[in-house]
Write a new protein. Structure first.
Length: 288
């Protein structure tokens, strides 16, 4: 009998640990306008690290190419192959590897393409892929709407009023598609808050799942007498797991022939054998 109790104890531990697999940290793709923009966001890198959020840096190299480590990412439009680096993923594939995007600076062209689901630039492909997958994308609302190269070439810092209105319209449209906008130097804080809430919800959900799967009887738990049926002694169990020890304790208190269980109650194999040997009829819910 000692061996049976040992086996049941092991089974309880296994059931209690169901769903408790290691959880990987959240991972973001942080998109920099170019390699010179790296230092401007150093405070945001520190904030992400403090919250345990992993991230990779993607440096744009023009509108249609970028660098992710040593891999060259290129966008050649819909249905066209990438020739520069055959081992690198396309921008459309990158959101599959991450839990969200951070884009402090976006330009009018890429934002318009993403809004209209037109691919062709690295940013538009990234946004399209992330929003289709339902993944969060945080974009700088105070972005000038012009790339750094355009600002240097045109010797201007912002869009004229008509184009600015169009840029604002695209931002409103993209918000409806699932993107989030905020100050470019506070995007990491927005992402950290989002993932903190997500982690809390995930932990709560896992705890509820484990509780529903297995919940040991409370200390001093006793069977609750139920209405008898034709003189047969009936008891009702309100815990989550009927164990062999519980069956033996009830048998020592007095014989019973019927056992009522809740819909989510589990019966251990050993307890099931004991109940069957004693001729106890087991049913779920109210008798009937």
């Amino acid at each position: 009998m000692e061996l049976n109790k040992l086996v049941e104890t092991i089974v309880r531990e296994i059931v209690g640990k169901l769903g408790q697999s290691p959880v990987r940290p959240f991972k973001l793709l942080f998109v920099c306008a170019d390699s010179a923009a790296y230092e401007a966001y150093s405070d945001q890198y520190i904030l992400l690290q403090k919250h345990g959020i992993a991230f990779d840096l993607l440096f744009l190299d023009g509108a249609a190419s970028a660098w992710l480590g040593s891999r060259r990412i290129e966008s050649s439009g819909c249905g066209r192959a990438i020739a520069a680096d055959e081992f690198a993923p396309s921008p459309l594939e990158l959101p599959l590897e991450y839990d969200g995007l951070l884009l402090p600076e976006v330009d009018l062209d890429s934002l318009g393409r993403a809004t209209l689901a037109i691919r062709g630039t690295v940013l538009s492909d990234l946004l399209f892929g992330a929003l289709v997958l339902g993944k969060p994308a945080w974009i700088g609302e105070d972005s000038p709407g012009l790339t750094r190269a355009d600002r240097r070439t045109l010797k201007t810092l912002k869009l004229p009023k008509p184009y600015q209105n169009l840029f604002d319209y695209y931002k409103q449209e993209l918000t409806m598609y699932g993107a989030s906008f905020g100050p470019m130097h506070q995007l990491a804080e927005l992402a950290a808050d989002f993932f903190d809430r997500t982690e809390a919800e995930r932990t709560k959900s896992a705890a509820l799942t484990i509780e529903e799967t297995y919940s040991p009887p409370a200390t001093g738990e006793q069977a609750i007498p139920a209405a008898s049926n034709e003189g047969a002694a009936t008891i009702r169990f309100e815990g989550r797991l009927v164990s062999a020890e519980w069956v033996e304790r009830q048998a020592e208190k007095g014989s019973f022939s019927r056992l009522s269980l809740g819909k989510r109650t589990l019966v251990s194999p050993l307890a099931r054998d004991l109940l069957r040997d004693r001729g106890v009829f087991v049913y779920v819910g109210e008798e009937g």
